[in-house]
Design a protein around this ligand. Structure first.
Ligand SMILES: Cc1cc2nc3c(=O)[nH]c(=O)nc-3n(C[C@H](O)[C@H](O)[C@H](O)COP(=O)(O)OP(=O)(O)OC[C@H]3O[C@@H](n4cnc5c(N)ncnc54)[C@H](O)[C@@H]3O)c2cc1C
Length: 412
């Protein structure tokens, strides 16, 4: 095909598609190690809808290893040291982070856009790093049976970025994985989540909380002067909720969480209620010649445990540890890409298995319940023996096979 002179062409070593937690962290770590990197992000900025804002202990520990933790903690955030749920009116503490062997003994809550801007700040002194905002990847360049780059559109016109390696970090609706023909296994999710903001008032609970009662689950994240609320509904249940109308939904919410009475009227349009269609899936193979997928693009996670951001970051750390040297030597091959998949597939599978178990055994029962919910025995045990609360805290806060930064900053 003839070259289109209108298309701006460039070459780099690693082209990352998507500037979410996985893409930004991978770009930062590779550029820090001396690899030439371009990150293409379709949006103009990171200031978007709520996308989750939990920075878990494993991620905070990585920041400690990178020497940027103190700087990070200067940014506005909230700290969660225990996880509590209200089950049928009874408050129960089910996770305690304060005994874990990490530098920070809490989950930090920070809007995702602030976290991503923080990572961007860390890349400013790295000459090898280039972030192109408003650059939407539209397809892959494939040559001789391998992926050789991407085509994207920008406000200034089309671009083509050629690279030794393309990494798809473009999230759960990944165009990269679709264009590459990678096979996705859908693992199923019985619920969706409605996300909304409600103002905080004097006398409100002092920290984030989950409420569980027959027919529904509500999660309330404390965010300074407002609550970020997630209302869990049966899969596809949004149609019935909409049919009944907004006033009926306001009443349902106020009945479910009386603490919110008097402010549910703030939800005066459906635009203020965002639907998260929950998906749990995993790629059968995460790579093909010249291409690797990580983060949600390789495995969309259930919101249970709020671990999506942190798994995406763990993938990025593992990928940079394994790939930095071969990228610098320009010897990246399928074996290296397979090593990333082998390293990250087990922790991903274990986490998803646990999420599927909780979805099937707890969420489905709660959402389908018509009578009052009985507190599960395991929750009672956690109240009797507080030491046991360290186990769920470890699984949630640190996860399986935590990664450590093995790359060194390149000499400059
Ligand atoms: C409503 C909601 C609440 C959530 N709550 C939590 C939570 O509390 N805790 C938690 O850990 N996780 C949460 N998650 C999940 C979490 O957001 C994801 O798991 C995490 O962001 C995955 O990171 P990622 O970098 O792989 O993908 P994403 O964060 O999805 O980033 C993908 C990036 O790629 C860009 N992109 C997409 N297509 C293209 C393209 N063609 N060209 C260029 N750029 C492209 C997107 O604009 C985006 O910036 C939540 C998700 C949602 C939707």
């Amino acid at each position: 095909m003839a070259d289109n002179p209108e298309v701006e062409k460039s070459e780099t070593c690693c082209c990352i598609v998507g500037g979410g937690p996985a893409g930004m962290m991978l770009g930062f770590l590779l550029a820090r190690a001396g690899v030439r990197v371009e990150v293409l992000e379709k949006h103009a900025d990171f200031l978007r809808d709520f996308r989750g804002d939990t920075i878990h202990l494993s991620t905070l520990e990585l920041m400690h290893e990178l020497g940027i933790l103190a700087e990070f903690l200067k940014r506005p955030h909230n700290e969660l040291r225990e996880v509590s749920v209200l089950i049928g009116g009874e408050e129960m503490t089910i996770g305690d982070f304060t005994h874990l062997p990490t530098h920070c003994k809490f989950i930090a809550f920070m809007p995702q856009w602030d976290f991503l801007n923080f990572i961007v700040d860390q890349t400013r002194s790295l000459p090898n790093f280039r972030l192109r905002m408003q650059s939407e990847v539209m397809g892959l360049v494939q040559e001789g049976g391998r992926v050789a780059g991407v085509r994207a559109k920008t406000p200034a016109g089309g671009i083509e970025v050629r690279a030794d390696l393309v990494v798809g970090c473009d999230g759960r609706h990944s165009l990269v994985r679709k264009s590459a023909g990678l096979v996705v296994d859908d693992l199923g999710a019985p619920m969706d989540v409605l996300w909304m903001r409600l103002s905080k008032r004097p006398g409100d609970p002092t920290q984030s909380l989950g409420r569980v009662a027959s027919g529904a689950i509500l999660i309330m994240f404390e965010r300074g002067d407002y609550w970020q609320c997630g209302f869990v509904i049966p899969k596809g249940g949004i149609d019935e909720i909409r049919e009944k109308g907004l006033p009926a939904f306001q009443v349902r919410l106020a009945e479910f969480a009386p603490v919110l009475v008097g402010r549910v009227a703030e939800l005066d349009t459906w635009d203020k209620i965002k639907l998260l269609t929950v998906t749990v899936d995993c790629l059968r193979g995460w790579h093909k010649p010249g291409l690797l997928c990580i983060g949600d693009a390789a495995h969309a996670m259930s919101p249970i445990g709020g671990v999506g951001i942190n798994l995406a970051i763990q993938d990025a750390v593992a990928a940079s540890n394994i790939l930095a040297a071969p990228l610098l030597a320009r010897t990246v091959n399928n074996d290296c890409l397979d090593a990333v998949q082998r390293r990250r597939r087990l922790p991903t599978r274990l986490t998803q298995r646990m999420q599927l178990f909780l979805q099937d055994k707890v969420i489905v029962r709660v959402l389908g319940a018509e009578k009052a919910i009985r507190v599960p025995l395991v929750f009672r045990m956690l109240q009797h023996w507080p030491v046991l609360r360290r186990i769920p805290a470890r699984v949630m806060g640190v996860g399986f096979r935590p990664e450590h930064v093995r790359t060194r900053p390149a000499a400059r």
